[in-house]
Design a binder for this molecule. Structure first.
Ligand code: WT7
Length: 654
């Protein structure tokens, strides 16, 4: 129910929810205060929520100091992440379902994998990988559909102490080989095909193409998902399904240090090629499991569903590691929200009696457009908590989620975080906060968000205010470094505002101290909740023989949040045409992947540049946003006429 103030409505949780939640307002306030005033004591206590082989005696050892950035949590403790996600539950939850697998095709039966079964499967996968030569510290790249084997593979790596690096199955062979080479991986795990929305992505043939550009020694483990035709290279390719029949179902988990890397995940930034974000074992697991429990008010018998893909950090933290560390039942969905029709999400919620449902605003906007009947035909009474992630949620989508999906009963947790943060940093807690449509609300325990003036770099202490969002101190699941490039880590996150971690987002903080994310302030765009570096798309475009120069910006898109707008200058003598537009689109799709496909391509005879030759992206952004009235200062342009031409020929968004 909404409060009196209709200009800025708030939605308090029901008294029933408050009474039974892990945290009410007073608990949140007290725990937050404790976490900030004495982080050592707070995390020393909560670090015990996972099982340690050798308990830690040191809690926090972190520095954001320029030139000396170093982040360590629980540094003398040892553990095994897979044992925490599986073995420790066997006594009490052996027959409980760990993973519900819902296949793309609704006619295909769902699978319920118990913790005992998960243990067997992961042990077998661990033994298979060891037989293939994988050892502690080695890198393994995963390129898989959303099938249980993806979770087995992640956990098998964790069990051995190998570092996994997942590449989203929507990325191209080029992107895949770049990531295999970037981490010098020993093994690639893939599947024959990835069924999705009734279609099948030929993962194995993409993998074959990628492996042409890697070291010959890279081996390939293939999960037969459909049993469809693939090519096979003897000595390089290994048949998972066959090997799993033979493999031993016992495996002793490796003893890992808290600071040993658990995984690498590549993500886009404002410059250069994607960088490998490194997350470590101890702090990551403590924070992923704790946020999963508190933010979703997770209780023992709940069925938890996060609709993300394991190719993104959301899938790592809230499909696999967080829920399984808590002994939860986590649902893995192979398909898409609109197949066979726009009620699929809600049918799955009904079928498996889902209690917590966590998805992205872009999916909600797409489904909202299909009408309410797709939701109303399903029984959603099991739902208790709803969540969103990935981009700011517009109030229309929030209200639809609240009213139509949640029936006004379910608090919405709008969780702001990043690949780099490992887990939620800003979010309401369901029993503690009256939510506001579009606000990510409050910092989680131990999270010290600050708003800085972008010009002076000074902290703003007033309410309300607006500025850039930074973190004043470390939290346990903070990324530790960029794989192979610690200098880039420091430069990217700690050099704009000295002594702070700079997230790249702008924000407002209202009079109640609640945060509202306003979006990226750098050259990163957010397309359907997927992060895309404009520089990456530009470098793909200029790699085409007919393209002389390209500048890429985001523009508002009804469903995707932001669309990809490309200004392209062609080589002398090349004529623009619709065919060439198509050709460039296909080109970018093969260079990066379908998620980077340009929405609009405008032929630009010239790009607005300063006299020193720097492209003035601010102006290009305004033109793409259809906001010509506020182009700002154009006096430093080398050729002002260029702008008029671009305005005149701006692409229709229709
Ligand atoms: C960027 C991080 C964290 C998992 C998904 C994306 C944007 C994320 C929200 C939110 C507004 C959000 C930010 C952030 N973002 N969640 N609740 N409200 N913006 O992870 O690919 O690392 O992208 O996504 O701009 O910096 P990612």
């Amino acid at each position: 129910m909404s409060s009196e103030n209709t200009a800025n409505p708030t939605y308090p949780p029901s008294s029933d929810l408050v009474a039974n939640a892990h945290a009410n307002e007073a608990t949140y306030d007290a725990m937050y205060e404790a976490s900030i005033s004495d982080p050592e004591a707070f995390w020393g206590e909560h670090g015990k929520r996972i099982d340690w082989i050798k308990p830690f005696t040191k809690v926090k050892n972190t520095s954001f100091e320029p030139g000396n950035v170093s982040i360590k949590w629980f540094e003398d403790g040892t553990l095994n992440v897979a044992a925490n996600c599986i073995d420790r539950h066997l006594k009490t939850r052996g027959d409980k379902t760990a993973i519900i697998f819902e296949p793309d095709n609704p006619e295909e039966p769902a699978q319920h994998i118990t913790y005992k079964e998960l243990h067997r499967r992961v042990c077998r996968m661990s033994n298979i990988l060891e037989d293939m030569g994988v050892r502690k510290g080695d890198r393994v790249v995963l390129y898989l559909p959303m099938i249980p084997e993806a979770a087995y593979a992640m956990l098998a790596c964790a069990r051995i102490g190998a570092i996994h690096s997942i590449v989203f199955a929507g990325f191209s062979p080029d992107a895949l080989s770049a990531r295999i080479n970037g981490s010098d991986a020993k093994v690639l795990i893939t599947a024959d095909y990835a069924p999705r929305g009734g279609r099948q992505t030929p993962l194995k043939s993409n993998a074959d193409a990628a492996l042409l550009h890697t070291k010959d020694s890279v081996k390939c483990l293939v999960v037969k998902r459909t049993g469809g035709q693939t090519t096979w290279v003897d000595g390089r390719d290994f048949d998972y399904n066959e090997m799993a029949l033979e493999a031993d179902e016992f495996h002793t988990p490796a003893e890992m240090n808290a600071e040993d890397p658990l995984f690498i995940l590549y993500t886009s930034g404002s410059t250069g090629q994607p960088k490998g974000v490194v997350h470590c074992s101890g702090g990551y697991l403590v924070f992923a499991s704790m946020t999963h429990e508190y933010v979703f008010d997770y209780k023992e018998d709940d069925i938890f569903w996060c609709t993300a893909d394991v190719g993104w950090v959301t899938g790592h933290s809230y499909i696999v590691y967080g829920p399984l560390a808590n002994g939860a039942t986590t649902l893995m969905f192979e398909g898409v929200p609109t197949y066979p029709d726009a009620s699929r999400f809600w049918q799955v919620c009904e079928k498996h009696k889902v209690n917590q449902f966590y998805t992205a605003p872009t999916a909600l906007r797409a489904l909202m457009g299909q009408g309410n009947s797709f939701v109303e035909s399903c029984d959603l009474s099991s739902l208790r908590i709803l969540g969103t992630v990935g981009e700011p949620i517009n109030p229309e989508a929030w209200n639809w989620y609240n009213d139509v999906v949640g029936g006004g009963r379910c608090p919405i947790v709008d969780t702001w975080w990043q690949t780099e943060t490992g887990g939620h940093l800003l979010t309401p807690l369901p029993g503690a906060h009256a939510t506001k449509p579009g606000s990510a609300m409050k910092p989680f325990f131990g999270v010290q968000t600050v708003v800085l003036d972008p010009h002076s770099g000074e902290e703003i202490h007033t309410y309300p205010c607006e500025g850039v969002l930074c973190l004043k101190d470390s939290w346990p699941s903070q990324m530790r470094t960029v794989w192979g490039d610690h200098e880039r880590f420091e430069k990217t996150y700690f050099s704009d505002y000295k002594g702070y971690y700079f997230a790249g987002d702008g924000c407002k903080r209202d009079e109640d101290g609640d945060y509202w994310i306003t979006g990226r302030v750098d050259d990163v765009i957010n397309v359907s909740g997927h992060r895309m570096g404009t520089a990456e798309v530009e470098s793909a475009l200029v790699a085409h023989a007919k393209v002389a120069e390209a500048a890429v910006v985001g523009y508002p898109h009804d469903i995707k949040g932001q669309g990809i707008y490309c200004y392209v200058t062609l080589m002398n003598g090349v004529e623009p045409s619709d065919e060439l537009t198509k050709e460039l689109r296909t080109w970018v799709r093969t260079e990066i992947g379908p998620i980077a496909s340009p929405d609009l391509i405008q032929w630009a005879p010239g790009l607005p540049k300063t006299r020193s030759g720097k492209i003035m992206r601010r102006i290009l952004r305004k033109i793409a946003e259809d906001d010509f009235g506020s182009l700002g200062d154009t006096s430093t342009l080398a050729e002002p006429g260029v702008v008029d031409d671009l305005i005149e020929n701006r692409m229709n968004k229709g």
